[in-house]
Design a protein around this ligand. Sequence first.
Ligand code: PLP
Length: 393
Amino acid sequence: MKLAKRVSSLTPSTTLAITAKAKEMKDQGIDVIGLGAGEPDFNTPLPIIEEAYSAMLKGQTKYTPANGLLSLRKTICDKLLKDQGISYSPAEIVVTNGAKHALYTLFQAILDPEDEVIIPTPYWVSYPEQVSLAEGKPVFIEGYEHQSFKVTPKQIEEAITQKTKAIIINSPSNPTGMIYTSEELFEIGKVCLKHDILIVSDEIYEKLVYDGNKHVSIAELSPQLKDQTVIINGVSKSHSMTGWRIGYAAGNKELINAMTNLASHSTSNPTTMAQIATIKAYELGDEPVDEMRVAFEERLNKTYDRLIKIPGFTCEKPQGAFYLFPNAKKAAELAGFNTVDEFVKALLEKALVAVIPGSGFGSPDNIRLSYATSQEVLDKALDRIEEFMNAKI
Ligand code: PLP
């Protein structure tokens, strides 16, 4: 079968590759611990589940408008006003099948062949692939570790060309957990306004912030920045609703219309009962979200304190999301490996701990560990990594 070029040039997700290998080992009866998860380990809060069930019993099982139920879009507008202080109208919102689909549709809507999108590294694995699938060109700029994995306005300005269409800002970040301050965002915003670059602000980890850190949306910093930005968000991470597939984009009406047209010919609409459940999720307020946030923060503190004591690992403490992104180059060297990729392979095969190599995020010296799993499992994983290192050095 001769597949289309754009599909055959897709690189398989490293996250999925490691997770699949770990699963294969588990299926063979091997006791592997997986720290690759990109989703909260909590179940969706019960009232949300009950709302979907009752909606289905009432016959709400049919198509909805392609941009989502008006009632949900109004609820999202209320959420954006309450949390970010930004006023949107329902016509400026498109509900999508997860935030990933919002991003996919967005790039399809804005990119012509060779249009450039600036992607700071380390990046979430799907950004470059989605840009390439829309025939755009990912342009990487490095969020250096000594800059807390963040990029500067100067780096952005240097990367801008006649073809630059957009930049992606993901704060809190997957994989680093770092958060841009409002001052940093304002300065980045100035450069984007000056060159008329669309800001794609992926805020999916908005609610998972720790140690008094605050999430700020670049769109809330001025009316001009609101117009220059498309916010991407959803309930996957905030409400532990990864399987429900509800995300959204908020931005310029013309852009939202174009995304809606694309959705109308691809997905028709996001799942009806999941949309209704999402209204409930937002109506519940932040209490269930905060319970999960507190649990994540406890795990972060315990896991971080132990990890940095293991020889060879250095790590700036993450401020949000649910990942640690230590530099493991020294650890790999100490254990006798040339690359962190080889080290990760050995951790899986010998220590029976699955972590994700940073190479998949554009940072080959790092590894990503998810703490979206119980403390007991985290402790066991750290015991194994510690033993593995102690046996090697
Ligand atoms: N953006 C980032 C940075 C993510 O990590 C993820 C999920 O892993 C998504 C977007 C997509 O989330 P959703 O489940 O809503 O598609």
